[in-house]
Design a protein around this ligand. Structure first.
Ligand code: PRT
Ligand code: ZN
Length: 290
């Protein structure tokens, strides 16, 4: 255990990131109570302290050292302009930043935005993309309800986060181009590694996260196979080492166990069926080290 220092993590108090952020931590076997989600709370069995804040403030808190690490949308990080280290891309809360226009707007690409008023909550990200593409437009920065701005006459079109597109449709807007993609990331201060004790805690946390994550991407597969097809099966499942083969009472058959990547699972399953595998059992893996 560390000599008393704790790693402080900033997490969104309530919103689209909160639940998955806490799940990321609890899936690492870290216990904490969130009954009364006060500003701060400490984990019971790991040197970790939580700070519950608005997501917009997370990059600032990490940059200023109020927190050591944080979980935040890449969009908020990029919009903040702080240069922080992205230690892991967590993959959840993914969405895109898109240009959306009212019916009747003749959109032919970003150049159609020349001279237009675009409402957005992400002026920094949008202006850097427009600049890259050589488009000059005037940005109207609003902090919420971006989708109503064309109807109330303060913008010609918008640039906002979209996941299902329902909000745009409900407001009579059409998504015409996605310009940026985001998901939740874990960030740390770039000079954080100088704090050896807290860096060591972060390494332990990341090791646990990677172990859980590895396991999620794999399945444990168990099946019976005619003994003379074992080499074919080894070729099909591949895997960490050769599969484990156990003899069965009927010597013409063996039982085979292996770990298969989820992305390859269906093709492996079909190939195994084709060589005569029977009773294929597929099980989730809870934890897995490299
Ligand atoms: O109170 P606090 O400031 O902490 O929260 P917030 O309201 O600013 O953020 P929150 O909880 O809404 O979102 C947190 C993060 O989730 C964002 O920064 C994104 O990284 C990510 N995320 C993922 C989204 C969406 N999906 C999303 N769909 N953030 C916002 N939206 C909004 C979008 O702005 C639009 O209003 O949802 C609407 C569109 O959704 P669809 O499904 O109708 O397309
Ligand atoms: Zn916010």
């Amino acid at each position: 255990m560390s000599g008393g220092k704790k790693l402080r993590i900033a997490i969104q108090k309530s919103g689209r990131l909160s639940e998955k952020s806490l799940e990321t931590i609890s899936s690492c076997g870290i216990d904490f109570s969130t009954d009364s989600r006060t500003l701060k709370c400490a984990a019971q069995n790991f040197p970790l302290e939580f700070l519950f804040v608005r997501d917009d403030d997370i990059p600032t808190y990490v940059y200023d050292g109020v927190a050591d690490i944080g979980i935040v949308g890449r969009n908020e990080l990029d919009e903040s302009g702080y240069s922080l280290e992205v230690v892991r891309d967590l993959g959840f809360a993914s969405c895109r930043l898109s240009i959306a226009v009212p019916e009747g707007f003749d959109y032919q690409g970003l150049s159609s935005l020349e001279g237009k008023r675009i409402a957005t909550s992400y002026p920094r990200i949008l202006s850097s993309i427009l600049e890259e593409r050589g488009v000059q437009a005037s940005l109207v920065t609003v902090s919420g309800s971006v989708e109503i701005t064309p109807a109330v006459g303060i913008a010609d079109c918008i640039c906002d986060l979209v996941s299902t597109g329902a909000t745009l449709r409900m407001n009579g807007l059409k998504e015409v181009e996605a310009i940026y993609w985001t998901s939740a990331v874990m960030v740390a201060r770039s000079d954080f590694s100088q704090d050896e004790e807290r860096s060591a805690i972060l390494s332990r946390l990341l090791m646990r996260m990677d172990t859980v994550n590895n396991a999620r991407k794999k399945k444990y597969v168990l099946f019976n196979l005619p003994a003379d097809r074992i080499e074919d099966a080894a070729r099909i499942v591949g895997g960490m080492k050769s599969p484990t083969v156990t003899p069965l009472l009927d010597s013409a058959w063996v039982s085979v166990q292996s770990v298969v990547g989820e992305d390859r699972f269906w093709s492996v399953f079909e190939d195994l069926k084709a060589i005569g595998a029977e009773g294929i059992l597929v099980m989730p893996i809870e934890k897995m080290s490299d």
